[in-house]
Design a protein around this ligand. Structure first.
Ligand SMILES: *[C@@H]1O[C@H](CO)[C@@H](O)[C@H](O)[C@H]1NC(C)=O
Length: 449
C-alpha cells in the first residue's frame, strides 16, 4: 500500500521529511558515539604514554590513581599489626584492594581502607554522607585528590612491596611501590615538614640562612620534596642532605592536566591545592616517630620571644597546656619591597628587620605526632581528647620573609622594627661562612634581584 494515501501531497512530504530527519539524527548520534569512543581511546592511550614516563609515581592501570609512597608502622591504626599507609593522588571512586608482597614471597590480597580523604563508594557503603570539600569550581570531580589508603597485615609478617588494584594483582614488581620502614629517630625529636621546593622563587642564599636558623633553633630533621630545582638550589640541598639534616624526596605531578607545575604561571586551580598537600600527608607518616612536627615553608622561621630553642619552648607551652595536640602562631611579614633596614649585613634575615604587626594570616603550627591524626598546610586534626592552642603573640612569632601578598589592600600597613633574629648573629654568620664555602654560593656569586 502506498504509504501516503492522503488528499494532498503536503503531509506526505512532511512525513518523509520527518523520516529523513530521524535517519540523520541517528546517523549523527552514531557518528558522535564513534567520535567519543575514538577520543576516549586516544585519551586513554595518551594517558598510557604519559603514565609510562612517570618516574616517582605508580599509575594504577586504567584509573586516574597515582601511588607515591608506602610507609610502614606497627601501631597506627592497628596496634601490633603491620600497617602500610599508601599516599596517593586519586581521582577515582574505587574501593581498592591491596596487593602485598610478603617477605616470604607470598602475595597477599586484602581490602584497603581509606584513612585520609573521601571516596563516594566507601561513604555510600558505610551509609555516610559524602561531603566534598569544594573550593568553588564545578570540575571538582575531575580533580586528583590526595588520599591515604591503609593496607593491614596481621601475624607478625613483613612485606616488601605493595600496590592497589581494582582487578587482579599485577605480576610485574615494577608496578609495585617499595615499602618504606622509617629509620629510628632521636628521642624528643623535632622535624619540619616543608612541602615542596619548586625552584625559581627560591634564593639559594636565603635558603642557606633558613636551614642554618632551623639548626640553631634545635630542629633535628627536615623533609622536603624537590620539583625541578635548578643547580644552585640543588647545591644547597646536597650540602644539608650530606650532613643528614635534610631528606629530599623527588616529586612530579602525575595525570592530567599535563605539564602543570606549582609556579604562579604553571599552577592549575584547583588541582594546585591537592598538588601541594600530598607532600604533607607523606611527611606526617614518614616522620611519625618524631615527637614534634613543625609545618613551615622555606621563607618562614618561628622565633620564640625568649632566647631559647624550640624544644625548650614547646615544653614550656606543654606545661601550661598539658592536653595540647599542637600550637598555632601569629605571623609577621617582612616585605622585601620595603628595602633593608640594615645595609651592613649580607644576611638577608639580618637586613630586613621591618615587618608588619602580628597578623592572624598564613598561620602555621607545631604539633605532637602522637596526638594528631592528620595535618594540612594550615590545619591539624587532633586525636581526642587533645586540642589545639594559639600561642600569644608575645610568646612567639612566625617570621615570614617575602614580597607583598597579592590579596592585600595595601602593601604599606604600619611597620615595626623587630631585631629578635639578631640573637643568632654571631653563630649564624659562622655557620653561613662554612656553608657558602662548601656550596660556592654567596651573595656575591649571584646577580642581585
Ligand atoms: C623601618 O621601620 C621604622 C619604624 O619602626 C621606620 O622609621 C623606618 O623608616 C623603616 N625602614 C624601612 C626601610 O622600612
Amino acid at each position: 500500500m502506498w504509504p501516503c494515501a492522503d488528499h494532498s501531497g503536503t503531509p506526505c512530504l512532511q512525513r518523509q521529511r520527518t523520516k529523513t530527519v530521524a535517519i540523520a539524527a541517528v546517523a549523527l548520534s552514531v557518528c558522535f558515539l564513534v567520535f567519543q569512543f575514538v577520543m576516549q581511546h586516544k585519551l586513554d592511550s595518551y594517558r598510557d604514554v604519559m603514565n609510562s614516563k612517570l618516574r616517582f609515581f605508580k599509575a594504577v592501570p586504567g584509573e586516574d590513581t597515582y601511588l607515591y609512597s608506602a610507609i610502614a608502622n606497627f601501631h597506627d591504626p592497628e596496634e601490633g599489626k603491620l600497617n602500610i599507609i599508601i599516599t596517593a593522588f586519586d581521582g577515582s571512586d574505587i574501593n581498592y584492594e591491596c596487593c602485598v608482597h610478603l617477605d616470604d614471597k607470598t602475595l597477599l590480597r586484602t581490602p584497603s581502607k581509606l584513612v585520609y580523604g573521601e571516596n563516594r563508594a566507601t561513604a555510600k557503603r558505610l551509609g555516610q554522607r559524602f561531603s566534598e570539600r569544594i573550593h568553588g569550581k564545578p570540575d571538582e570531580n575531575k580533580l586528583k585528590k590526595e588520599k591515604q589508603y591503609h593496607c593491614g597485615v596481621s601475624g607478625n609478617l613483613r612485606a616488601s612491596h605493595v600496590t592497589l588494584t581494582s582487578s587482579s594483582c599485577p605480576s610485574n614488581t615494577q608496578d609495585y611501590l617499595p615499602i618504606v620502614y622509617p629509620k629510628t629517630v632521636p628521642a624528643d625529636g623535632l622535624a619540619i615538614c616543608a612541602k615542596v621546593a619548586f625552584g625559581t622563587e627560591l634564593d639559594p642564599n636565603v635558603l642557606m640562612e633558613w636551614f642554618e636558623v632551623q639548626r640553631l633553633l634545635g630542629v633535628d630533621h627536615i623533609q622536603l620534596m624537590d620539583l625541578d630545582n635548578p643547580e644552585p638550589i640543588q647545591k644547597v640541598f646536597r650540602y644539608y642532605s650530606d650532613m643528614d639534616f635534610l631528606e629530599l624526596l623527588p616529586y612530579e605531578l602525575p595525570g592530567p592536566p599535563y605539564g602543570r607545575g606549582l609556579h604562579e604561571s604553571t599552577r592549575v586551580f584547583n588541582q594546585f591545592f591537592h598538588d601541594e598537600s600530598l607532600p604533607i600527608l607523606d611527611c606526617r607518616r614518614r616522620l611519625a616517630d618524631y615527637t614534634y612536627i613543625m609545618g613551615v615553608d622555606m621563607d618562614e622561621v618561628l622565633i620564640p620571644a625568649k632566647n631559647q630553642d624550640l624544644k625548650t619552648f614547646i615544653k614550656e607551652q606543654l606545661q601550661s597546656h598539658p592536653n595540647a595536640a599542637g600550637f598555632f602562631f601569629w605571623t609577621q611579614f617582612f616585605l622585601y619591597e620595603w628595602g633593608p633596614v640594615n645595609q651592613d649585613s649580607d644576611v638577608t634575615m639580618f637586613r630586613y628587620l621591618n615587618s608588619t604587626q602580628p597578623r592572624w594570616e598564613c598561620y602555621k603550627y607545631i604539633y605532637l605526632t602522637q596526638r594528631v591524626k592528620h595535618a594540612t598546610t594550615h590545619t591539624i586534626t587532633p586525636v581526642s581528647p587533645y586540642r589545639q592552642y594559639t600561642v600569644p603573640k608575645e610568646e612567639a612569632i612566625l617570621h615570614h620573609y617575602r614580597q607583598c601578598p597579592k590579596g592585600w589592600k595595601t602593601c604599606n600597613p604600619p611597620r615595626i622594627t623587630d631585631r629578635s633574629i639578631l640573637r643568632f648573629k654571631d653563630t649564624l654568620e659562622g655557620r653561613l661562612q662554612k656553608a657558602r664555602e662548601a656550596t660556592g654560593i654567596s651573595p656575591q656569586s649571584l646577580p642581585k634581584n
